[in-house]
Design a protein around this ligand. Structure first.
Ligand code: ATP
Length: 903
């Protein structure tokens, strides 16, 4: 048998071989082993390789046209122009590559923001540590929802099921147990092993770590597992399609231009040059870089606002979200539970105090202190709550710290407040076995040895689940009294848990679900408050103003849900909650209706969540849905935006989600929606800025070829291809990039969501493009002709005059772009309304461009490369005046659009 056939060896043998015991390692030994074995992490293989990103930059129809232009230019004798175009294509590819590479890296780095944790036994104590710190010999606890943190050999399992699709491709969960299997069993058949990266979907277990990091099965195949850090989104795809159409159009117009040129008697070289120049000018070369940057900035800003995007398309989809379905506990509420109401068949009481500090007293329902010893009925109720419980509450400095589930922590604190000391109870009533809490079952049960001999089974959970197991006759007065009390406590927004006990007789070592079916004595109810988060109330209001409906979906009691829904402002006063059971009885048709009409859903199981998402989507809604449990994964995948909880969420839910909330807070979803809308707005701004320049350049060229005179057998072109590339690459990129940093529009959360199928080339973008292009073309052509005429009149020889006039045309376009940029900073408002200096990057862009343009006009080396020439100072003045025209023109357009929108 090979030494590492862990799956085939008995557990004692495995533990001995790894130099450990079932109590795990000491911190000291673990630290030493960590140095020896290295961290439990896979070597970063960083998504797409750099080479393939670089190659992709050339794999683009626009680039094909540019490359073809290069060839044509060289063939027709314009070798220098051809080489410059080629140089610029390469430069452009490098810029695109650097941007994409950096954006990809930034997005990858985000995954580190949601670290994987593992529950480990160190120094004999259960601790939650980063999975990266695990070493061989560590003993880990596994439970449903966890990602298996390393390769492990099972020591103990309780109905443990693991989904190993990451490794075997098999998505049906496999049952696991400690019994050794055949030495030659394949990975998929090694039932005594758990493999790193697979997901626990059911049950619990403990296991010893046998392999970490690269020495896991996952590590061995990790080269095959390159995660698709896709930089494609619906928007970039739409842009890709548009790009193809633009290219086809450009090629067609270029051919026409070539024909017109030849018909008018252009020499072949000049006609080709004109056609090539047009192609170069009309292609929006800077666009891909701007889009990538805007998306990457969006992702980073969302991360700063506590939403970690796992899939890039989510950035855009968030902006068009119309419905957010949110969990209640911990997302909309604080998940800081305090027991305040106690009820037993012997009477009703209240507990004072808030939080986990065991400081408070028992008072009557009217607030009068209860003298003397704690009544027996209360004692029995609190004992059940403290024993059927996995949480601990400990003093840490001045504060009280909870380990475990807040619902259970509240029960511990309640017992401690009345001097019952949960820890002492757990020692005097040792636990023998347990049926853990699962949302579907809504109860938890534990088996204990009692101090006086004998055994007891305690159960606690949702009142319906506990009452079903108690000897309170259906329809009887006692049961009715309990149910009325549940309603009364829940109506105050409290979560209600019931407790029961059964003394089975005999001696049992194990507790099965069948042992907790019936025969319990009902002990009473504990009602706990869980206040709404203040920022959630605010965020719900913001969402409503933004045309987004917020729906609360909770496992809690309908009355509790209704009261909290009302406090959060997402349900109207008196609006009833719909329960999961009611949803289950509805036809698909009726469900669609109910899903749209109601905002509070209670006692909802994960499968109802899935149906709710589907029903809402069938009505055309774009749905964001939160979830934390294993069984929420299908609903998270089905939703347009699946949102998982970073702190309390299971690994399974995070894996299925598009977005992970670092703070589990509903307000972070609202913030992410705002960022999503901003990213989209900024992309539209960049588009509305870039496209007019391209169309404008095409118009300038077309007018020149069709109408300008032919001087001395040579075509008179207002710009050379290299000059056009200068405008397109240097100016457009320097100016458009700052738009990605633009602050959100002031009405960003006061307007309805964008329709997800709305075209990006909207009437607004097209109209704006045509209008600005014509204005820009008219200005540039006018000043070109004027400068050319003046220079000739001043006795400058023809070639030099042409250079000067061309420089004038380029300068005019660039100044025009600078002023137009200021207008593009807001879609609707004027520059002054949004604040001239609110985005300093704009001025960084303008400043650098002006320096570059001065170089273009005055530096001899630029003259050599770009064919530019110095122009006199008064020419700058003229260009400035003409360019300034764009400000009142766009001001007028915005005013008109605002008026129409207001009317
Ligand atoms: P939400 O969906 O709003 O986040 P939730 O997920 O906290 O709510 P569940 O955890 O499914 O809801 O709880 C459903 C019900 O199960 C609760 O109303 C409560 O009565 C009961 N319950 C919750 N936690 C426990 C527990 N640890 N032990 C026993 N019963 C519990």
């Amino acid at each position: 048998m090979p030494a590492d056939a862990w799956h085939a060896r008995p557990t004692a043998d495995v533990l001995a071989a790894l130099g450990t015991t079932d109590l795990g390692l000491s911190t000291e030994v673990a630290a030493r082993r960590l140095v020896e074995h290295g961290p439990n992490a896979l070597p970063q293989h960083g998504g797409e390789s750099a080479l393939s990103i670089l190659v992709r930059q050339f794999h683009n129809p626009l680039i094909y046209v540019l490359l073809a232009s290069t060839g044509l230019a060289i063939l027709t004798g314009k070798v220098f122009d051809g080489l410059v175009i080629l140089g610029v294509v390469v430069l452009n590819a490098i810029i695109g590559f650097v941007q994409e590479y950096r954006a990809g890296k930034a997005i990858q780095a985000l995954s580190a923001m949601v670290p994987q944790l593992a529950t480990v036994l160190r120094d004999g104590r259960r601790q939650s540590l980063p999975a990266a710190d695990l070493v061989p010999g560590d003993v880990v606890a596994l439970q449903s929802g966890d990602k298996v943190p390393a390769d492990v050999r099972l020591l103990e399992a309780r109905t443990l099921k693991v989904e190993e699709a990451a490794l075997t491709g098999e998505s049906v969960p496999v049952e696991k147990g400690p019994a050794p299997v055949d030495a030659d069993a394949g990975v998929g058949d090694r039932r005594s092993m758990g493999y790193s990266g697979t997901l626990v979907t059911y049950g619990t277990g403990t296991a010893v770590v046998v392999g970490t990091g690269a020495r896991t099965e996952l590590g061995r195949i990790s080269a095959l597992l390159k995660e698709a850090d896709d930089l494609e989104t619906p928007l970039t795809k739409q842009l890709g399609v548009i790009g193809t159409w633009i290219t086809a159009g450009i090629v067609a117009v270029s051919v026409v231009l070539l024909a017109v040129g030849l018909l008018r008697g252009y020499p072949l070289g000049d006609a080709v040059l004109a056609a090539v120049t047009l192609a170069v000018g009309a292609i929006p070369e800077g666009l891909p870089a701007v889009v990538t940057i805007a998306l990457a900035i969006g992702v980073q800003r969302m991360a700063r606002r506590r939403s970690v995007v796992r899939k890039l398309p989510a950035v855009e989809t968030l902006g068009s979200t119309t419905v957010i379905c949110s969990d209640k506990t911990g997302t909309l509420t604080k998940n800081e539970m305090t027991v305040q109401a106690l009820w037993t068949p012997a009477g009703a009481w209240r507990l004072t105090g808030v939080g986990y500090a065991p400081e408070g007293a028992l008072v009557t329902d009217d607030g009068v202190a209860v003298p003397g010893p704690v009544p027996d009925a209360v004692r029995a109720l609190l004992t059940a709550g403290a024993l059927c419980n996995d949480a601990t509450v400990e003093r840490q400095g001045d504060a009280w710290a909870l380990t475990g589930d807040p619902t259970e922590g509240a029960l511990v604190t309640a017992a401690d407040k009345l001097g019952l000391e949960a820890e002492a109870l757990r020692v005097s009533h040792p636990r023998l076995d347990a049926v853990p809490f699962e949302s579907e079952r809504q109860y938890m049960a534990t088996l204990h040895r009692e101090p006086g001999g004998g055994q007891a089974i305690y159960v606690k959970g949702a009142p319906e689940a506990v009452l079903r197991r108690c000897a309170l006759p259906e329809g009887g007065a006692e049961r009715a009294a309990v149910l009325a009390e549940v309603e009364r406590i829940a109506a105050q927004g409290m979560r209600v848990l019931a407790c029961g006990v059964r003394r089975p007789g005999g001696s049992h070592a194990e507790l099965a679900e069948s042992d907790v079916e019936a025969g319990f004595t009902f002990l009473g109810l504990q009602g706990m408050i869980d206040p709404p988060r203040a920022e959630a109330v605010e965020a719900v209001r913001a969402c409503r103003a933004a045309g987004i409906t917020v729906k609360m979906i909770t496992g809690d009691h309908p009355e509790t849900a209704r009261a909290i829904g009302e406090a959060l402002g997402l349900a109207d006063p008196g609006e009833e909650a719909v329960t999961g059971a009611e949803l289950g009885r509805l036809s698909d048709e009726a469900l669609r209706e109910a899903a749209a009409r109601h905002n509070v859903f209670a006692r909802v199981a994960p499968e109802h969540k899935l149906r709710l998402v589907q029903a809402l989507q069938a009505r055309g809604e774009v749905v964001a849905m939160t979830g934390d449990g294993v069984n929420d994964a299908p609903a998270l995948k089905q939703a347009d935006i699946g949102v998982a909880m970073g702190i309390t969420g299971t690994a399974v839910s995070k894996e299925a989600a598009d977005v992970v909330l670092a703070d589990d807070n509903f307000a972070s979803i609202a913030a992410a929606v705002e960022e999503g809308r901003r990213v989209y707005d900024n992309l539209i701004k960049a588009l509305a800025f870039l496209l007019p320049t391209n169309l404008g350049l095409a118009v300038i060229l077309s007018v020149a070829v069709a109408f300008f005179p032919i001087v001395g057998g040579e075509a008179l072109l207002p710009m050379l291809p290299v000059q056009i590339l200068w405008i397109n690459l240097v100016a457009s990129v320097a100016l458009a990039l700052p738009l990605a940093f633009e602050a959100p529009e002031r009405d960003v959360m006061r307007r309805p969501p964008r329709r997800p199928d709305a075209p990006i080339l909207s009437r607004f973008v097209v109209g704006r493009t045509v209008a600005v292009a014509l204005l820009m073309a008219a200005g540039a052509i006018g000043l070109f002709l004027n400068e050319y005429r003046e220079a000739l009149a001043a006795g400058v020889e023809a070639a030099a005059a042409l250079g000067e006039a061309q420089t004038m045309a380029v300068t005019t376009v660039i100044l025009f772009q600078i002023f137009y940029l200021l207008n593009c900073r807001s879609l609707k408002e004027s520059v002054l309304q949004i604040g001239l200096f609110s985005n300093p990057w704009v001025y960084v862009g303008i400043g650098s461009l002006l320096v570059l343009q001065l170089g273009f006009v005055y530096l001899p080396v630029m003259h050599a490369v770009f064919g530019s020439a110095p122009i006199p100072a008064h020419a700058w003045g003229e260009a400035l005046v003409v360019a300034l025209v764009v400000i009142p023109a766009i001001g007028l357009e915005k005013w008109w659009r605002r008026r129409r929108a207001g009317a």
